[in-house]
Design a protein around this ligand. Structure first.
Ligand SMILES: [Mg+2]
Length: 480
């Protein structure tokens, strides 16, 4: 298996790191990766606890991470979870925890295009959404089984879940669990410290902008970076500026209040005027960062894992360059490699089907012309054309069955019942479209910068259109 490609950065657009003066990082699931199942199970338990305390009869529920995946969409009108392609068409769906048949998907969504601007759709933006999606699916089942006394809707159960989740985060018990047992929850990356150090030593300025508070940030960064730095160095030495409680996505918008953090006493003081080097601030905004480093947005690269709050808004509001961290890419690429022969078979069969369809259309048109224009002198009998068409249609059916067989193998064996993260059959998934639109580059982990160093010029691949593929195939046929 070619492991090197799994640990690369991939470019949607050209990005020359030599032109980047400042690199900013998000923390959770960007610099620090968590063991997703453990972290999300803990988040799930705390949210469930809150709901149970409020009187919801949910003590029997258990965390099932396979129910959901980043990049899926919750349909709060119908209580469904959707896998959507780049055009907004629904490809797979479940109602609560139950998978919907192809026919049901067609009936419900055949004439609908999912638009994330519609408030009834909720996009699962990060790995932190796994517990949200799982609990939502289970609450839908409970609502359908009439387990709740109150009259609730598929939307109001999501609102209750969202509120309970925020309260669970706010009350601090969840983060206390994480900081008390970091080994259980944090997936350490021994190459991360060296990667950041290389960037700093190359002359780039480095900053942290996280939504987490100072106390949690300090403990987590300390755990993840300090053991890999030389004696006498701490994680703070790597960063020229630290912003906690950044409140992204608002951070990328209008001016927000900023406080200086007394890092020893975890005490906040309102701050006015210029920011100071090597300091910790609570709040503030992207403009403060640009002013502090005296750079324009085009000289900043921001690295995060949240497709909306880190990447979409940073690019749209500030024109910062963006890098997305997508840890699932390692599993995705490994699955793609493992099932390469099945995927090639499907692709070849689809190409064959395309040619068969082309021939069938050709003979059908010929038959039509024969009926309408050549009644007296038919060159080819109607009967022989019909036999040809029937033969080709039979081949098409055999090929379709073969594709269905191999598609099922893929579906049954790929790590998630929701299939590949970035793909929906022949198209890109909705999340893949979001990534292509908002992230200049993407990779599974920050330390993948290490191999390329801080001087790399990432170049995107040339765009290929259907007419390019047609031409390429023609050339292949000529040369074969
Ligand atoms: Mg994050």
């Amino acid at each position: 298996m070619n492991q090197k490609s799994h640990f690369s950065f991939f470019a949607n657009r050209d990005l020359d790191l030599k032109q980047i003066k400042v690199i900013g990082y998000d923390m959770d699931y960007t610099l620090i990766h968590y063991h997703v199942t453990q972290w999300e199970e803990k988040a799930y338990e705390h949210t469930l606890d809150r709901l149970i305390q409020e009187g919801w009869p949910l003590t029997h529920l258990k965390f099932k991470p396979e129910l959901t995946k980043r990049g899926l969409v919750l349909d709060l009108k119908r209580g469904n979870i959707l896998k959507v392609d780049e055009f907004g068409c629904v490809n797979l769906a479940s109602h609560g925890t139950k998978e919907l048949s192809k026919e049901d998907v067609e009936t419900l969504y055949g004439s609908t295009l999912v638009d994330l601007g519609d408030p009834y759709y909720e996009f699962l933006n990060t790995l932190f959404s796994i517990s949200t999606g799982c609990l939502y699916a289970q609450l839908v089942d409970e609502l359908d089984a009439r387990k709740f006394k109150e009259a609730l809707s598929y939307r109001s159960i999501f609102e209750a879940l969202f509120k309970a989740q925020n309260l669970a985060h706010l009350e601090g018990r969840l983060k206390d669990d994480i900081t008390s047992h970091p080994k259980k929850f944090v997936d350490l990356d021994s190459k991360l410290a060296e990667t950041l150090l290389d960037q700093k030593n190359s002359g780039k300025k480095i900053f942290l902008a996280t939504n987490s508070d100072w106390s949690y940030t300090d403990k987590m960064m300390n755990y993840a970076l300090d053991p890999f730095l030389e004696e006498g160095m701490g994680w703070r030495n790597l960063f020229d500026l630290v912003i906690v409680a950044a409140d992204k996505p608002s951070f990328f918008g209008n001016t927000q209040k900023i406080f200086s953090v007394n890092s020893e006493e975890n005490h906040l003081k309102p701050h006015y005027g210029k920011l100071k080097e090597n300091s910790v601030y609570h709040g503030g905004c992207a403009l403060d960062v640009e002013n502090f480093f005296n750079v324009s947005g085009r000289e900043i690269l921001y690295v995060g894992d949240h497709i909306y709050s880190d990447i979409n808004i940073a690019k749209k509001s500030r024109r910062w360059h963006t890098a997305l961290v997508l840890r699932e890419l390692e599993q995705e690429m490994s699955d793609l490699e493992k099932y390469q022969s099945e995927r090639i078979t499907i692709a070849l069969e689809k190409e064959k089907q395309n040619k068969l369809e082309e021939k069938i259309s050709h003979y059908k048109l010929k038959r039509l012309h024969l009926i309408n224009y050549h009644k007296d002198k038919p060159k080819e009998s109607l009967e022989s054309l019909t036999t040809k068409i029937e033969g080709l249609e039979k081949d098409l059916k055999v090929s379709s069955e073969k594709v269905a067989y191999f598609t099922k193998i893929l579906k049954d064996h790929v790590n998630s019942p929701w299939g590949f993260l970035m793909r929906v059959e022949n198209s890109r998934s909705l999340i893949a479209k979001q990534i292509a639109k908002h992230a200049d580059i993407y990779s599974s982990r920050v330390s993948n910068f290490r191999e390329d160093g801080p001087y790399r010029h990432f170049k995107s691949e040339p765009a290929l259109f259907p007419h390019d593929y047609k031409k390429l195939r023609e050339l292949e046929e000529i040369n074969s």
